[in-house]
Design a binder for this molecule. Structure first.
Ligand SMILES: [Fe+2]
Length: 259
């Protein structure tokens, strides 16, 4: 599996603090079936600190070198979880922010508690500029759960959606869990990622969730969410959204919702 959303770089944000902790995290990722990640520290500001693209590049380089020295066959790509606001398009254009693995895909985070009034306009502007924005864990946005038309509209406007494996397990609460599964039913999920921050309360559950998805939505879609689409991001290839749950057929869909 390929994880396009995780906090694995040491000393960058609320992920691991030291290189040793990062190496422990990588070992846990490998045991969880992940072979490659895009490291996505928060930005452009975390706490009081500005996170510069050169900081992220250097941290990826240092971690990759430590992995080689430790004999661990695991690939790290630079990325960022960009807190979305009206400045995002300008900052991206001026190379002040980091896209995923040097691609046109940008992982963007909308506020979780209060809707951004011009969210659609900002995403539209990003697409006009040639970027492909991926909304990070939008199932955790409380206002999105209250009005599904927002997700439908964003989806019609070609926004891509990443949801957290933990949401599908209920680890972000019942509202996020319900919305995550609902988004799968609506066919508006393009990626399932770990959003892991460490080895304890926010570790990767991708292996467990991949197995769950295979049972619930079928192997093909499960594979697409954790491997095929993330791989397309690394190759900077377009992602064609199929019908999500629609491909399962009515019989299977009924089975899904009766479980
Ligand atoms: Fe994150």
């Amino acid at each position: 599996m390929i994880d396009i959303h995780c906090h694995i770089l040491p000393g960058m944000d609320d992920g691991p603090e030291t290189m040793e902790e990062s190496l422990h995290m990588v070992r846990a990722f490998m045991a969880d079936g992940i072979s490659e990640v895009v490291a996505t520290p928060h930005g452009p500001i975390y706490g009081e600190r500005s996170i510069m693209p050169s900081d992220i590049q250097q941290a990826c380089f240092d971690l990759q070198r430590s992995l080689l020295e430790a004999g661990l066959d695991f690939m790290i790509h630079p990325g960022q979880e960009i807190l979305l606001d009206e400045h995002t398009p300008r900052l991206l254009q001026s190379d002040r922010l980091v896209t995923l693995a040097g691609s046109d895909y940008a992982l963007v985070e909308a506020p979780l508690f209060c809707p951004l009034p011009d969210l659609n306009d900002i995403l539209f502007e990003l697409r006009l500029m040639g970027y492909r924005p991926i909304l990070a864990h939008f199932e955790r946005a409380v206002y999105a759960a209250e009005d599904l038309s927002l997700i439908r509209k964003l989806s019609e406007e070609e926004a891509l959606f990443q949801i957290n494996a933990d949401s599908l397990l209920g680890l972000h609460g019942s509202v996020a869990k319900r919305l995550a599964w609902k988004m799968l039913e609506m066919g508006t999920v393009d990626f399932v990622s770990s959003d892991a921050h460490g080895l304890t309360n926010r570790k990767s559950h991708l292996h467990q969730v991949h197995a769950l998805l295979k049972r619930k939505v079928g192997s093909e879609l499960a594979e697409r969410l954790v491997l095929v689409n993330p791989h397309k991001v690394l190759l900077n290839q377009p992602i064609e959204r199929e019908d999500g749950m629609g491909e399962m057929g009515a019989k299977r869909r009924r089975r899904f919702w009766t479980k």
